[in-house]
Design a protein around this ligand. Sequence first.
Ligand SMILES: Nc1nc2c(ncn2[C@@H]2O[C@H](COP(=O)(O)OP(=O)(O)O)[C@@H](O)[C@H]2O)c(=O)[nH]1
Ligand SMILES: [Mg+2]
Length: 199
Amino acid sequence: MSSNKGAYVVVVVGRTGMGISSLVNLIIAKEKAQVNNNTDQCTTKARSYETTIDNKEVSIYDIPGLGGGVKHKNIITSIVDVDKKRGIDLLINCLVPKDGIVPGYYSEVVRAVGSRVPIAAVVTRLEREHGAMENWWSRNGGSLESQKGMKFVDHACVTTLTVSRDDATWGGRKVESERAVRALISKHCRGPKRPPRPK
Ligand SMILES: Nc1nc2c(ncn2[C@@H]2O[C@H](COP(=O)(O)OP(=O)(O)O)[C@@H](O)[C@H]2O)c(=O)[nH]1
Ligand SMILES: [Mg+2]
């Protein structure tokens, strides 16, 4: 889909229905990736969306979620294909507390791309978090690694939910989330772009 060869490449992965496409839309600050509430899977093919972060061109890939109707083999192949074609600069594992944290899916992806590609966690659906959304990581981040074996180079805690800025409880959280996730990407997309993985 993308034609911008020199752009950094970010791939968003996770369990189906947990908000991968919503997270892609948060990153690109537009409602372009299709999001749904249905029981069947709506993201069935990898697709990239172009955005500019701190004057850098970045392609963001929306990938079909694991655990749905699309075969894991095909999902993993599409991720590896992006790496072979363009080189992945950053993988983002979209996580949702409880059901959206699946160590097996994390390992499948890490095994396929190898340890050369950095992987960051973005924990989403945190609009109901008391106090700062980042508090979720303070309580749980350590156990992701120690108990679940999920190791990340960095993280962000967000919600993709649009709420009124006037809302006393949740107002401004989406804006804050967009800023946090774009800053995370900017931090890991600097310096030379990763070359495509040798075929
Ligand atoms: N409450 C809440 N719901 C979310 C959030 N992100 C996504 N969702 C909902 O999760 C459902 C699935 O989202 P989608 O982005 O299509 O998930 P995907 O299958 O992983 O791409 C939709 O109903 C979204 O509105 C969030 O941050 N908070
Ligand atoms: Mg989707």
